[in-house]
Design a protein around this ligand. Structure first.
Ligand code: IPM
Ligand code: MG
Length: 347
């Protein structure tokens, strides 16, 4: 069981360090951790955000624990060299097409949401976001029009098989939860979305036990703040999923608690907190490592089938929260290492 640890930029290294402590403490036989450079940190050392040496490590492991990438001091670089390309490149190179982003309110933390507690308290949803296609990876460019002005363009497209495989992930996730799947698109305007909807409907024939609904993305954005408790599993494309998953995390109110998994066919997966590199608090020892610790739990569950160990980590985090161990993002004052200690103590 080989795990690559790519800590990255900003608070990435601090939060990843605590997650590694938790993994070490479990003393799982045969678990091997291999560190690698990604993002701005990799650019500074190797001249590229995803250098060949890192990609080699990524291709040789069973799972990746990822911190965060992003460094605004490198935003002047051409797009291909910017820190974000590390995670985009890994998603594409490793075929990590299925992004699972659960958003659940922890008991007792309903007040952190900007939504009323009786609304936020009901949030328990999973966004299944397609991660290898859409306007993210289509052709793009800047061209000069006949009148001399520049025009930026990005090609949005989805092929049937790309939609089909993420639809299957969505339906299976729904089967494992309450049996409800909501497919989000913009089929009233976009051809890409009409094809998406047609394929999702075709795939639904394989899952007669799942109740499928469709929603336009603008309406989904509204419903997420109006009545988020009505959602269970949402399946959507790359761009809509990017936006809605940030919105869902804010509805929960504690971005420092949300983990995610990006899965390929088989067991390979990349696991990361959904928060970014947070350069404003980097290096201060105050970042909340819980989302990364919970990402390590997802890693054990999805890539290695270590359900009991995953549940142990999740219970330890929940116990620490219940005992009032809270980082600044949750209105508390516990530091990064202190939170790591608290989770370890309850493991
Ligand atoms: C995310 C991030 C990335 C994305 C960025 C860093 C490229 O926002 O994982 O949601 O847009 O997918
Ligand atoms: Mg995003």
């Amino acid at each position: 069981m080989r795990i690559a640890v790519f800590a990255g930029d900003g608070i990435g290294p601090e939060v990843t360090e605590q997650a590694v402590r938790v993994l070490d403490a479990l003393e799982i036989a045969g678990l091997e951790l291999i560190e690698g450079d990604v993002g701005g940190a990799a650019y500074r050392k190797h001249g590229h955000p995803l250098p060949p040496v890192t990609l080699d490590i990524a291709r040789s492991v069973d799972a990746i624990l990822f911190g965060a990438v992003g460094d605004f001091t490198l935003d002047h670089l051409e797009r291909a060299l910017r820190p974000e390309q590390a995670v985009l490149g890994l998603r594409k190179e490793l075929g990590l097409f299925a992004n699972l982003r659960p958003a659940t309110v922890f008991k007792g933390l309903e007040d952190l949401s900007t939504l009323r507690p009786e609304v936020s308290g009901k949030i328990d949803l999973l966004i299944v976001r397609e991660l290898n296609g859409d306007v993210y990876f289509g052709e793009k460019g800047t061209r000069t029009l006949a009148d001399g002005q520049r025009q930026g363009w990005d090609m949005m497209s989805y092929a049937e098989d790309e939609v089909r495989r993420i639809a299957h992930v969505g339906f299976k996730a729904a089967q494992g939860r309450s049996g409800k799947l909501c497919s989000v698109d913009k089929a009233n305007v976009l051809e890409t979305s009409q094809l998406w909807r047609d394929v999702v409907i075709a795939v639904s024939k394989d899952y007669p036990d799942v109740e499928l609904t469709h929603m336009y993305v603008d309406n989904a954005a509204m419903q997420l703040v109006k009545n988020p408790g009505a959602f269970d599993v949402i399946v959507t494309g790359n761009l809509f999923g990017d936006i809605l998953s940030d919105q869902a995390s804010m509805c929960v109110g504690s971005i420092g608690l949300l983990a995610s998994a990006s899965l390929a066919d088989g067991t390979l997966g990349l696991y990361e907190p959904i928060h970014g590199s947070a350069p404003d608090i980097a290096g201060k020892g105050i970042a909340n490592p819980m989302a990364t610790i919970l990402s390590a739990a997802m890693l054990l569950r999805h890539s290695f089938g270590l359900e009991a160990q995953a549940a142990r980590i999740e219970a330890a985090v929940a116990a620490a929260l219940a005992d009032g161990v809270k980082g600044g993002d949750l209105g508390g004052s516990a530091g990064t290492k202190e939170i790591g200690d608290a989770v370890l103590a309850r493991l």
